[in-house]
Each structure stands twice: as structure tokens, then as C-alpha cells.
Design a protein around this ligand. Structure first.
Ligand SMILES: NC(=O)c1ccc[n+]([C@@H]2O[C@H](COP(=O)([O-])OP(=O)(O)OC[C@H]3O[C@@H](n4cnc5c(N)ncnc54)[C@H](OP(=O)(O)O)[C@@H]3O)[C@@H](O)[C@H]2O)c1
Length: 330
């Protein structure tokens, strides 16, 4: 069975995603759309598509499209996802799903009322090593879960993409990369009972660095950190009363290795995971196709309620560290 994909916005991540569609059986790159026809054509030179379009409106007007991958900056996910849904098009929307919980709720309410498929492209949720970690925890290898420590840091190289620090484009460490440690902790430990957070602002006022603590009434905790000022190990520890899983490096990517420390001094095991060619975006794309074939309007694995919970936590973190975007006022 063929699935006709459209790509909305021809930036950096769209290139990786388009490249990974080659690893998805039945996936057809049917249309690519940019706000500039020249950029769409340049994209299509590398990733050929049946339709090369110079506007997002032309994309949503196409009759024979099964799903649109929204790859604009997070500031525009709300507008672009609503555009797609209002034209009855299924959507896989990049992370961060929106700027805030209110926007996310509006996007999800529209998808649910129109019964059109929508999913956040939280690709890590679909990666084999992450599934393996969940299995190991479910098998009881960590004993009683106690916490997660995770960090994500990179120093952007020149020329720095404007979206990384521009408040109008949802810039800042939390929504761009901090979302991964937050996702890891919340998906393993649950929604935190209490959050403490602080930030170091960049010159533009958005968070260049953010430090976050999650506290749970059941005795768990998480320490999470993200920075756009330095290249960090970007690793993670998930620990319990019987052992620890170390994810290195980078913990959110398919290249991550899993080390299991059973709690005996100097003892550790490297846990094998099947590897595939590609960047790793093929796993979420396959899942979207399966959902569409089965007539689902939401993912049973990364549901829209998961996305809402994640957005709510990101809002709580921003409140704690005093970071507001313009759209928070509406
Ligand atoms: N899942 C992942 O691993 C991953 C990795 C990186 C980024 N992302 C997410 O993907 C999204 C895009 O990131 P990116 O790195 O691809 O960004 P990018 O290279 O800057 O591309 C974003 C594209 O969005 C379009 N766009 C529409 N309105 C825009 C505006 N007002 N300003 C700037 N661009 C605008 C442009 O495409 P056209 O010119 O073609 O219209 C632009 O090329 C972000 O939400 C980011 O968080 C995810």
C-alpha cells in the first residue's frame, strides 16, 4: 500500500525526514512545499517529488495527499497544522508541537472534531533503543524506579539558525532541545508533582540554558539540563533501587548505546539493539502509515494526550523559570 507524503517547509529537518522516507516501505514523497518555489525546487532536486509547490496553501489543496509532515519552526506549528487539518489532511507535526498548551489544545481539538489523524513527531518515542529501555524497566531490572538525570547541550555553528534564539520563532533551549530530557523523564517517571526551574537568558531574552528539577510524591526525582552554549555529552541515567541504565551518547538518537549497571561495583553490560540505516525518522513515519492504514486518528503509542501532558509540563517549566512568548498573552 502506498502512502502519499507531503512536506510543509523545506528546512534542515525536512531534508533528514525526506531522506529517511526511503527506508519506509510504501512511502511516496508526493509533494514538497516551501514559501518560495525556488527553495522547494532546490529541495526536490535532492528529494524528487511529484509536486513542487511554492506555497503551503497549494500543498493543502492537493486532493491525493495522505499525510503532511509539518517542519516549520515551532512558532508556526499551530498555524500550519490548523491549515492542514482544516483541509482534511492528516498531520505529523514536528516537536515542539506548539509554543504552549493552549495552542496544542486548539490543534488537538480541531483534529479530534474533524476526525483527522494528528501526531507530534516525538521521534525518540519510536526508536528501538528507547523501546528496549522501557522493556528493561518493565522486566524489573532497575527495581523500584528512583529517578532520571539527563542533559542535552550543543553549541550552534555559524551561521546560527535565527529560530534558535528569536523569541518570535519560539527560540530557546527548552523548546528546541530541553524537550528531550523532559520527555525522557516524564515518559519514564510520569507527570511531576512539583517542578523547579531556572534559566540563563540569551541576549534575546530566551533561555540559552535551562536547569530543571522534577519532584514526585512517590520519592522519585529528575535533574534535567539543556544548553545552547556548549557541546555536552547529551547522555542520561535512569536509576532505581536495583540498578541503573546509562544512555550514551546522544541519548535521544538511534545511535545511543545502552549500558546496564546492575548495582554491583564496576559491573556493567552493554545491551544490544538492532540498528538500521538512516537518521531514525523512519520509525515514526512507519508508525504514522500503520495508523493511517488502520484508520486511526491518533497514535496509540504517542497519543495526543501524551502531547498535551508534555506541553503542560513545558508551560510549567517556563512559568518557573520566567520565560514568556508573545503568544502566551492571548
Ligand atoms: N525531530 C528532530 O530531530 C528535529 C531536529 C531539528 C529540528 N526539529 C524541529 O523541526 C522544526 C524545524 O527545524 P529546522 O531546524 O528544520 O528549521 P529550519 O532549518 O530553520 O527550517 C524551518 C523552515 O520553516 C519554514 N518557515 C516557515 N515560516 C518561517 C519563518 N517565519 N521563519 C523561518 N522559517 C520559516 C522555512 O521553510 P520554507 O522556506 O521552505 O517555507 C524554513 O526553511 C522545529 O520545530 C524544530 O524544533 C526537529
Amino acid at each position: 500500500m502506498k502512502t502519499n507524503w507531503g512536506i510543509l517547509a523545506c528546512g534542515k529537518i525536512a531534508r533528514k525526514f525526506a531522506s529517511d522516507l526511503k527506508h519506509v516501505e510504501g512511502a511516496v514523497l508526493h509533494a514538497v512545499a516551501s514559501s518560495s518555489w525556488e527553495r522547494a525546487q532546490a529541495f526536490a532536486n535532492d528529494f524528487p517529488a511529484t509536486h513542487v509547490l511554492g506555497s503551503y496553501q497549494d500543498l493543502v489543496n492537493l486532493p491525493d495527499l495522505d499525510v503532511i509532515y509539518v517542519a516549520s519552526p515551532h512558532s508556526h506549528h499551530h498555524e500550519h497544522t490548523l491549515l492542514c487539518l482544516n483541509h482534511g489532511k492528516a498531520v505529523l507535526c514536528e516537536k515542539a508541537f506548539a509554543i504552549n498548551h493552549r495552542q496544542a489544545s486548539e490543534m488537538i481539538a480541531l483534529a479530534r472534531s474533524r476526525k483527522v489523524f494528528l501526531m507530534e513527531a516525538l521521534w525518540t518515542r519510536f526508536l528501538p533503543h528507547y523501546q528496549k529501555v522501557r522493556e528493561m524497566i518493565a522486566e524489573g531490572l532497575l527495581g523500584e524506579l528512583k529517578g532520571v538525570n539527563a542533559n542535552f547541550g550543543f553549541k550552534p555553528v555559524e551561521p546560527v539558525a535565527p529560530r534558535l534564539f528569536d523569541p518570535a520563532l519560539g527560540g530557546g533551549a527548552l523548546l528546541d532541545i530541553g524537550i528531550y530530557p523532559v520527555f525522557l523523564a516524564q515518559s519514564i517517571l510520569g507527570v511531576p508533582d512539583m517542578i523547579q526551574a531556572s534559566m540563563n537568558p540569551a541576549a534575546t531574552g530566551v533561555d540559552e540554558q535551562c536547569s530543571i528539577s522534577f519532584h514526585y510524591n512517590n520519592g522519585r526525582s529528575a535533574n534535567l539540563f539543556a544548553t545552547l552554549a556548549s557541546n555536552l555529552e547529551t547522555d542520561a541515567d535512569i536509576f532505581g533501587t536495583k540498578g541503573r541504565i546509562r544512555l550514551t551518547s546522544r541519548f535521544y538518537e538511534p545511535s545511543a548505546t545502552i549500558q546496564y549497571y546492575p548495582g554491583i561495583v564496576d559491573t556493567r553490560t552493554l545491551v544490544g539493539v538492532d540498528r538500521e540505516a538512516g537518521f531514525g525518522y523512519q520509525f515514526e513515519a512507519r508508525h504514522v502509515q500503520e495508523c493511517l492504514v488502520e484508520g486511526k486518528t491518533e497514535s496509540p503509542i504517542w497519543s495526543l494526550d501524551h502531547t498535551l501532558d508534555l506541553m503542560k509540563t513545558l508551560d510549567r517549566i517556563r512559568t518557573a523559570m520566567g520565560l514568556k512568548y508573545g503568544v502566551d498573552e492571548y
